[in-house]
Design a binder for this molecule. Structure first.
Ligand SMILES: [Zn+2]
Ligand SMILES: [Zn+2]
Length: 346
């Protein structure tokens, strides 16, 4: 089988690998869709930046957003059989620590923790050797690309929606309309909220409108005032930063309504702000949120299927595995929606 390695310096190498055999507790998945994630660009594609063990890329097959069809199961596996459509939670935890017990394997600190596409072979290959305990059934209503998007980006967005307890009573500001931001727009709108999307890239504003944003605006010096105007002078009840930038994070605090809820979802960077006027005197609740739990991912799949929602509506570019280099170049140019590797023989 073929698989993709990301050696750094924007190189993408396709190599030949033996097709793996599933061992005890393992499942062999024929890949159907594999998403590219912003964290691939941030910490792997240009240079291997991961300094802590969880972010250190170990020159394995890349891709941590896998969805596909089960072709073989190893000894002791129950609940999955050949032919099942599946999506993988992208981290294999120790299974015993407090975070693993909660289903938040992302927070596992055991030396044995590994993530697909970071420390163990991931989804940018014809087959994925998965641990059965990381798999969820992909509902019939959803496409494989929908499943791939849920594996990281939409799962992250959904957890942010849960943390802010978004409902139809809220106006939700989403700052940064990359894949996670577009997910947040779609999920907030499908929860009944009125969504305002902000980004610096005009193409992304259009994608946000398609995803359900009632209002979109270009980021800039007067963004905060424009949001106040759109919300009758009050500000947004909920503000989600998906940009990871200092200006995006500050805008969320500025444009949040008094007693509002703010969630920082965007990775990287840093921010400096005055806590008294922006946080304390506004009585804000500020959450940090990182990916989601296994249970929440299952809940999200059910929500999408029931509401007839398709995360793959945010996909602007799909490439075959042989053109993964072009896929990363397109994604890195910063004007795409979601980019996926897909297998036509689905
Ligand atoms: Zn990711
Ligand atoms: Zn653990």
């Amino acid at each position: 089988m073929q698989g993709v390695i990301l050696p750094g310096q924007a190189r993408v190498e396709i190599e030949e690998f033996d097709r793996p055999e599933p061992g005890p507790g393992q499942v062999l998945v024929k890949m159907k869709a594999s998403g590219l994630c912003g964290s691939d660009l941030r910490a792997i594609y240009h240079e291997h930046r991961g300094s802590d063990p969880n972010e250190r890329y170990q020159n394995v097959i890349a891709g941590h957003e896998p969805a596909g069809r089960v072709v073989a199961v190893g000894p002791g596996v129950s609940g999955f059989a050949a032919g099942d459509r599946v999506v993988a939670y992208h981290i294999v935890g120790c299974g015993h620590c407090e975070e693993c017990r909660k289903g938040f394997m992302i927070g596992c600190h055991s030396p044995g923790r590994s993530a697909y596409g970071w420390q163990r072979n991931g989804g940018h290959a014809d087959f994925l050797l998965a641990e059965a305990r990381t798999l969820l059934h992909l509902p019939e209503e959803l496409t494989y690309a929908d499943g791939a998007l849920v594996a990281c980006g939409f799962g992250t967005a959904y957890q942010g929606i849960l943390r802010a307890d978004v409902s139809g009573r809220d106006r939700v500001l989403v700052v940064g309309l990359g894949p996670v931001g577009l997910g947040a727009v779609m999920l907030a709108a499908s929860s009944g909220a009125e969504v305002i999307g902000v980004d610096l890239v005009p193409e992304r504003l259009e994608l946000a409108e398609k995803a359900g944003a009632a209002n979109v605006l270009l980021g800039g010096e007067d963004a905060s005032e424009q949001i106040l105007e759109l919300t009758g002078g009050h500000g947004a009840e909920v503000a989600l930063d998906c940009s990871g930038s200092a200006t995006g994070r500050t805008l969320c605090l500025e444009a949040a309504r008094t007693w509002g809820r703010v969630v920082f979802l965007g990775e990287g960077g840093s921010v400096t702000f005055e806590p008294s006027p922006l946080l304390l005197h506004k009585q804000l609740t500020l959450h940090g949120s990182w990916v989601c739990g296994m249970h929440e991912m299952g809940q999200l799949l059910e929500h999408l299927a029931r509401k007839g929602l398709h995360p793959d509506a945010t996909v602007t570019h799909a490439f075959p595995l042989s053109e993964t280099k072009r896929a990363y170049e397109a994604f890195d140019a910063g004007r795409t929606g979601k980019v996926v590797i897909s297998w036509e023989d689905a």
